[in-house]
Write a protein that binds this ligand. Structure first.
Ligand code: FES
Length: 631
């Protein structure tokens, strides 16, 4: 893949914010407002950086920016002379030192993501208006009357045809008392009376397997309802390559997949609206995170070039489309915002994950790993952040594992070994029928900890096991009919299938290859930054699978670098959380928009050092290094 323009490829300037004493380097041409946002420094604003509220004042102390029309509206000549500028309009071309006035009062904020303080400023504003009725002495058009009233409230708006059609009847029937619904700079609706308390949005995380939606009250940022369904495309293949192939091999295949995902989103919406007792027309904005293939299929974009070298998406920028164009059952004029991608295999889901964890804003070094068929890896800090995708294969999803299965009812998700035998935790608390990814990691880590697996991944023979481990465990080590060693997790009478459930030597090898790809990718990024495990402050395990991984197991098998286990955190659905943050905060959305420029993409295919690292990390770390005991 060609290099994504990153910090190395663009000229950058240094901004020093005072009196907070915060320094940052940003691409030339960025606004001072965005530069502050990207390092989590709040500048006053009610318009979210649109240049209309006049609140985002800063004073230049060193360096210059051009004076804009918006500046002239707000500042006197003396103010401009003294260096005052609207930071959202001030594009930086040289190094700058500027003063940021302290915020007047505390902005409304909520803790979101992972301990992040997110200032609530949605892109949706509901503005109650008491308009002067039209009269012979005041013959302004309906729209001009609304536009002028909004202007005095600090909103500069334009209006499309749909809302213009609504205006005459709504204004007169409501006796000129209405609520304007403004999204960004677009007036999308006029509602009778004061409906300002009813403002909702929906964030989606579209996974290849599962679609998750959150209905959010945009007045306070609180979630109202959550719902997930299986991605309706699942019957066309389990992974993105199968879905892309379907569009290539079948006429009408792309439309079929687009229809399916829209169907899934509408199914989620129906559930959310019913649970939250919210009307579809009260949802004014939708934000979507998902991998590049999923967002291509959602938009009906041909994903073929993503599937083959050199892996090129149709587009990777933040993009928005009207809900009615997609056929989503929310307000028809509501924008559906698709977060940007970093690369064909480091998609908007990871951009949302970076936003939720704030990796690129923090001074300390952090690692984010979304474990799956395609392991997505982010490593960095505010100084420099790298991203890559490692081809782990489907072992983590239970494929190519003898008794493997997806994380569904009957899957073993947690395994503990002790001298007394095996303890299993099964999804749905039913007799086990297979082993899902987190259970697979657990059993391999536990076998390693009790000494049934050596560092190379070799399982002890039954005879060696009898000599070295407790009888209750040793008796479970068998030689299968084909001579392959295996460990019995559940005997036939305990299993829901009536057959023994086993972990075989081959399964251990499959897991080693899968973890080798991810650990190898991490090693390449660490070398690139010149850092070691000791430099890592935290490791985040993300995604629908990563969240269920026992950090101890991840550490024991060497999936992640050697840091104390308490620094490894399962962060849940970071993509969904990032989408929610981008929905409730327009500032954070602009940060998400900038993330692809702030993060450098590292392509692993064809890199000799990745192949070397992969071979090196196939073995398990020595137990002595772990300083761990079996849990
Ligand atoms: S004018 Fe509102 S943020 Fe700049």
């Amino acid at each position: 893949m060609p290099p994504i323009p990153g910090p190395e490829n663009q000229s950058k300037v240094t901004i020093h914010f005072q009196p907070q004493d915060r320094l940052t380097r940003v691409p030339a041409g960025s606004s001072l407002f965005n530069a502050a946002n990207w390092i989590g420094l709040a500048i006053d604003s009610t318009c979210g950086g649109m240049g209309t509220c006049g609140k985002c004042r800063v004073r230049l102390q060193v360096g210059e920016t051009s004076i804009t029309q918006a500046d002239r509206k707000v500042f006197s000549n003396e103010d401009l002379e003294a260096g005052w500028r609207l930071s959202c309009r001030a594009e930086v071309q040289t190094d700058i030192v500027c003063e940021v006035p302290r915020l007047m009062g505390n902005p409304k904020a909520a803790i979101m993501g992972f301990g992040r303080h997110v200032i609530l400023n949605p892109n949706v504003h509901k503005v109650p208006l008491k308009l002067e009725p039209a009269a012979l002495e005041d013959q302004r058009s309906d729209f001009e009357r609304v536009r002028a009233a909004l202007d005095t409230e600090g909103f500069e708006v334009v209006a499309g045809l749909a809302v213009r059609r609504q205006l005459p009847k709504t204004l007169r029937n409501a006796d000129w008392n209405v609520t304007a619904v403004v999204v960004g700079q677009q007036l999308i609706a006029i509602e009778p009376g004061d409906t300002s308390e009813r403002t909702f949005g929906v964030s989606f995380d579209i996974g290849t397997t599962t679609v998750v939606g959150l209905l959010i009250n945009l007045a306070n940022g609180a979630p109202v309802a959550a719902k997930s369904v299986l991605n309706g495309q699942a019957s066309f293949g389990a992974d993105v390559i199968a879905r892309i192939s379907h569009t290539m091999m079948n006429e009408g295949g792309l439309k079929q997949l687009t229809d399916r995902i829209i169907g899934s989103l509408n199914e989620v919406l129906a559930g959310l609206l019913a649970e939250g007792q919210v009307a579809a027309e009260e949802v004014y904005e939708v934000v979507v995170a998902g991998n590049a293939t999923m967002t291509h299929l959602l938009l009906g974009l041909d994903p073929e070039a993503i599937g083959v070298e050199p892996f090129i998406p149709v587009a990777d920028d933040l993009f928005q489309v009207r809900a009615a164009e997609l056929g989503l059952t929310v307000h028809p004029e509501a924008p559906v915002v698709i977060l940007p991608h970093i690369g064909a295999y480091v998609g908007a889901d990871l951009v949302a994950g970076i936003l939720a964890t704030g990796i690129q804003q923090k001074p300390g070094l952090r690692l984010l790993v979304d474990v799956g068929t395609n392991g997505e890896i982010i490593l960095g800090s505010q100084a420099r952040t790298l991203a890559t995708a490692a081809p782990a294969g489907p072992a983590f999803e239970g494929a190519r594992i003898q008794d493997g299965m997806r994380a569904a009812t009957g899957a073993i998700e947690v395994v503990k070994l002790s001298d007394a035998g095996v303890t299993l935790q099964v999804i749905g608390e039913v007799p086990p029928i297979g082993l899902c990814g987190s259970g697979l990691l657990d059993i391999v880590a536990q076998l390693r900890l009790v000494g049934l697996l050596d560092a190379s991944g070799q399982m002890l023979t039954p005879a060696a096991a009898a000599a070295q481990v407790a009888p209750a465990l040793a008796q479970r080590v068998i030689l299968g009919a084909d001579g392959v060693k295996a460990f019995i997790l559940a005997y036939p009478h305990e299993s829901g299938t009536g057959k023994a459930l086993q972990l075989t030597q081959r399964d251990v090898r499959e897991l080693q290859f899968a973890k080798g790809a991810i650990a190898g990718g991490i090693a390449v990024l660490m070398n690139e930054l010149g850092v070691t495990a000791d430099d890592l402050e935290e490791i985040y395990l993300a995604g629908s699978f990563g969240s269920y991984i026992n950090p101890l197991s991840a550490r024991v098998i060497g999936l992640v670098p050697a840091v104390p286990v308490e620094r490894i955190k399962a962060v849940g659905n970071s993509a969904g959380e990032g989408a929610r943050i981008a929905l409730v905060s327009f500032r954070e959305r602009s940060t998400a928009q900038a993330i692809p420029q702030l993060v450098e993409y590292v392509e692993l295919s064809g890199r000799a050092d990745f192949n070397d690292a992969f071979i090196e990390v196939l073995a398990f770390p020595p137990l002595a290094e772990l300083a761990l005991q079996p849990a």
